[in-house]
Write a protein that binds this ligand. Structure first.
Ligand SMILES: Nc1nc2c(c(=O)[nH]1)N[C@H]1C(S)=C(S)[C@@H](COP(=O)(O)O)O[C@H]1N2
Ligand SMILES: [Mo]
Length: 872
């Protein structure tokens, strides 16, 4: 046999592969034909990820570099991801491999580049001539073809099903599909060569990924494999590059027009059989069981799973709206008059999408959208070799790819509408249904895709049905929270005569914050006159309060009241005050804003706009926006979020010891989520801000709102900050300012736990950095596990050269055996031993409420006075 390495084609492929990142794709002409201009869509620019993300380092996929933009749908591992819908759509017809959705049932098999040509696979079972061959042989001995194909996971859009009723599947948004130019060999060529026996009816496939229930495997029908119109192939190349690890490196099946689950990756075996695959994943995955089969029934009666009629092969007709995007805003006052809605559609089994229709009146009337079928452009060009394979399209009529639709609306008609719905129809007049067909695996979800429109101030706001994964947001969640029944045939909107679902409505006792009988009306002009320190008036929920009498006693410091003077501070107030604090409010209530002032105040700009760049970022009275630059996981539940400030030379403007507020909006209720944090980045650092945040995401303990919102925050997204706040400032050399009064200390006793270290860290760092100063610090840091100790290396580094001044004592409640430090909680004994009560010592405490309370008691017993103790 000829040495395959001498073959021009495989040579070419290897060359291509070695150029990393790949060069922009080119087409190569077929020797005999003259070169002609090609007018076919070519892949978008691509950057091969080269870094293994920190997240993946502790998983079996620690060998796979990935793109951080992908949204993880099943935690960190296994890797199941989709791109943000707009990012996917904006890539155009073809998707770059790094944004291509991934569905991995388990760990990615590791295959080194040099092992690629020797990858072995077999064709066996009911065949006369079983084959065993290498990828090198596949590339050298068979005809190579290239073809654009869209893969779609059967779970695409499943989050909508999960909103109606939890299915047995994780929550895909509408970006569980991607398109690439696949190069390889027609599956039929191999099967023909192996010569199937008469009884043969199916081709089973098996991958190299070993899972809890065996290797991943499934089957397709043999007569479809042999049908050129079905286009099934074995592929090793995607968009002109060898397959990347997540997509089956080095060899996979590509089964066009059918659900992605049939396109087995890391392909090792083709087995020709008389019956469908008995692989566990073929039986218990990729099915649409009848709608009345509940999760319980399906678990108790296995017969539902083995019924081949419920197995999914061809995709169903489907479509979605990409623009307006979720939470997109369109201005009513100073934007263009037209808005172009855009989205995608696909059919199943190679059937063409022949119309896409949109409605602004819930389906009473429809308009035809324009459809662009980029796939057709490959059929029109002369025969040629693309990426070493013959572009195998000129004769094909099957449509294996998504198409893009668009339709122009006037902004005013959008303003009059409540929603936009889209539906697609294929060439067999198969149209998407209005209502969802719920089933236990939540697959093949394809009802009309609906985006709601709401008018807010002078813009329109759009909401998609859901957001992928556990990300909050979408009208389905909102409707459900408001007690709507999503399956009532009207997307959960109230219809006349329908009973409200009481159980779903959250009912909270409201605490009254107004003085009974008080009728005084106050205008915005009067309010604004009181933007001073002597008589600070502020507004919460349209009510006016005078904070003067409370300045000294305010636990958050006088400054935060003064900062709110003359302003509406509803969001911050409601976000950070306890019920006890709210109950105190009637005492300070002095009147109600009159109705025109209420409107005026809600239009107060939230940030000062100025032309010259501001030297410092924070402003105590107004919110300013910084953009999320990156996230770095530093422990199992703690992430450092880095934000970029407005310009590279801007500093934060936060004195040591003070805090800032972070504001995010709950995407569903638009309610502001505001929490105080102390950044961990250097106070003097320009251009950036780093905040360490512990995330409480355990579904068992009701995930925190802020945690959910922060973890769902995409890179590049804006977050609002305001500050500084806090009654304590460290001025340096032992000098502190507490509520405006200066005090000199010789020693700080710092007691903290968990993420309570962050404000302590700022002060500790400032003290330790000052080399010609004698101020001392002792930190008592209590945690559960070793891994829970935050910033440990940074803390230790600060001790260097400060022997005798700084001391850090760790104690763990769940220490491993090898732990040499202290064990147990921070208690009276520990405090007594390490912190001596003295006039010139100040205790700083920050940690969980239980810790703060118990330490307070301990300190009082040991003779400390309240003015020596400061709670951060
Ligand atoms: N070996 C193997 N093949 C597999 C899978 C898998 O987990 N293991 N997942 C399947 C499913 S359900 C889908 S939707 C597609 C996804 O292909 P992609 O990750 O390249 O997008 O791969 C299919 N092939
Ligand atoms: Mo899938």
């Amino acid at each position: 046999m000829e040495d395959p390495a001498q073959d021009g084609r495989s040579q070419l492929i290897v060359e291509k592969h070695e150029q990393l990142p790949p060069s922009p794709p080119q087409t190569e002409e077929n020797g005999s034909e003259s070169s002609e201009e090609v007018d076919i869509p070519l892949p978008p620019p691509t950057t091969t990820p080269t870094e293994v993300l920190d997240l993946d380092k502790k998983t079996p996929d620690a060998h796979v570099p990935r793109d951080p933009r992908l949204i993880r749908l099943t935690g960190v591992h296994p890797f199941n991801v989709e791109a943000p819908l707009s990012a996917l759509f904006n890539e155009g017809f073809l998707t770059s491999p790094e944004l291509f959705y991934v569905r991995n049932h388990g760990a990615v098999p590791e295959v080194k580049d040099e092992e690629i040509p020797d990858w072995e696979f077999t064709v066996e079972g009911l065949v006369e001539k079983p084959l065993s061959l290498t990828l090198r042989q596949l590339m050298a001995e068979y005809e190579q073809i290239t073809c654009p194909i869209t893969l779609v996971c059967a779970g695409n859009r499943r989050k909508e099903q999960n909103q109606v009723r939890k299915s047995k599947g994780f929550s895909w948004g509408p970006a569980g599909l991607s398109t690439a130019l696949f190069t390889g060999v027609a599956m039929s060529d191999l099967i023909k060569k192996a010569r199937p026996c008469k009884k043969a009816k199916y081709v089973c496939m098996e991958g190299a990924d070993e899972l809890p229930n065996g290797f991943y495997g499934t089957s397709v029908k043999l007569n479809w494999v042999m049908d050129p119109n079905r286009g099934m192939m074995l592929s090793y190349m995607m968009n002109g590059e060898m397959l990347r690890p997540d997509h089956g490196k080095p060899l996979r099946a590509v089964i066009p027009g059918q659900i992605g689950g049939r396109s087995v990756k890391w392909l090792k075996k083709l087995i020709v059989t008389a019956a469908p695959s008995d692989n566990w994943y073929h039986i218990y995955d990729n099915r649409v069981l009848p709608t009345m089969i509940s999760p319980e029934l399906s678990a108790n009666e296995p017969k539902w799973w083995v019924d081949e009629r419920y197995a999914i092969y061809d995709l169903s007709t489907n479509s979605a709206i990409a623009f307006p995007a979720h939470e997109e805003q369109v201005s009513l006052s100073d934007g263009p008059e037209k808005y172009r809605a855009k989205g995608y559609a696909y059919g199943g089994g190679g059937r063409r999408v022949t119309r896409v229709e949109l409605s602004l009146d819930k389906g009473q009337s429809w308009r035809l959208a324009d459809i662009d079928y980029p796939e057709d452009r490959y059929r029109d060009v002369p025969d040629q070799i693309l990426y070493g394979g013959r572009l195998d399209m000129s004769w094909r009529e099957s449509c294996f790819c998504w198409c893009q639709w668009s339709l122009d609306f006037s902004v005013s008609e959008l303003a009059d509408a409540k929603d936009i719905v889209v539906r697609a129809m294929d060439e067999s007049m198969n149209v998407q249904p209005k209502d969802m067909y719920w089933s236990v695996l939540g697959m093949m979800n394809n009802p009309w895709f609906r985006v709601t429109i709401s008018r807010e101030h002078d813009y329109l706001r759009f909401e998609h049905p859901t957001q992928p994964a556990l990300m909050p947001g979408g009208w389905m969640e909102r409707v459900k929270k408001a007690g709507g029944d999503l399956m009532n045939g009207h997307w959960g909107e109230k219809v006349a005569g329908e009973e409200e679902r009481r159980d779903a409505v959250e009912q909270n006792e409201e605490i009254s914050m107004t003085k009974e009988g008080l009728k005084t009306e106050i205008t915005i002009d009067e309010l604004r006159k009181h933007d001073n320190e002597q008589d600070p008036w502020f507004v919460v929920n349209g009510q006016v309060y005078n904070g003067a009498a409370f300045l000294k006693d305010h636990p958050g410091g006088a400054q935060s009241i003064i900062s709110a003077a003359g302003l509406d501070s509803t969001d911050e107030f409601m976000a950070i005050h306890s019920e006890t604090a709210k109950a105190m409010m009637p005492t300070y209530h002095i009147g109600t804003l009159d109705s025109s002032s209420k409107i005026a105040i809600s239009e107060t700009p939230s940030a000062i706009t100025s032309d010259s760049p501001r030297p410092t970022f924070l402003n105590p009275r107004f919110w300013n926006t910084a953009r999320l630059h990156s996230k770095k996981q530093i422990s199992s539940d703690t992430i450092i979020f880095t934000f970029t400030l407005e310009h590279p030379t801007q500093t934060l403007g936060l004195p040591v010891g003070q805090h800032l507020m972070i504001r995010l909006r709950d995407p569903v209720s638009r309610e502001a989520i505001i929490r105080p944090y102390t950044p961990i980045s250097e106070i003097t650092r320009a251009g950036y801000l780093e905040v360490l945040i512990k995330l409480y995401l355990d579904p068992a303990t009701n995930p925190g709102k802020m945690s959910k919102a922060m973890s769902a925050l995409p890179l590049g997204h804006g977050v609002d900050f305001k500050g500084p706040i806090g009654k304590f400032t460290y001025l340096g050399k032992g000098l502190c300012s507490i509520n405006g009064t200066e005090k000199r200390v010789r020693k700080f006793a710092m007691i903290c736990g968990g993420s309570g270290i962050t404000p302590i860290f700022q002060v500790f760092r400032a003290v330790m950095r000052d080399k010609d100063d004698s101020t001392k610090c002792t930190i008592l840091n209590g945690n559960r596990l070793v891994g829970d100790i935050l910033c440990r290396e940074d803390l230790d580094a600060l001790l260097k050269g400060n022997e005798g001044r700084g001391e850090i004592i760790h104690t763990l409640t769940r220490a491993p055996e090898c732990w040499e430090g202290l064990r147990g909680r921070i208690n009276a004994e520990l405090v007594q031993k390490h912190i001596e009560c003295s006039e010139d010592t100040l205790v700083l405490i920050c940690g969980p409420e239980t810790l703060e309370k118990s330490i307070h008691v301990v300190l009082k017993e040991q003779g400390w006075k309240d003015d020596q103790i400061l709670f951060f």
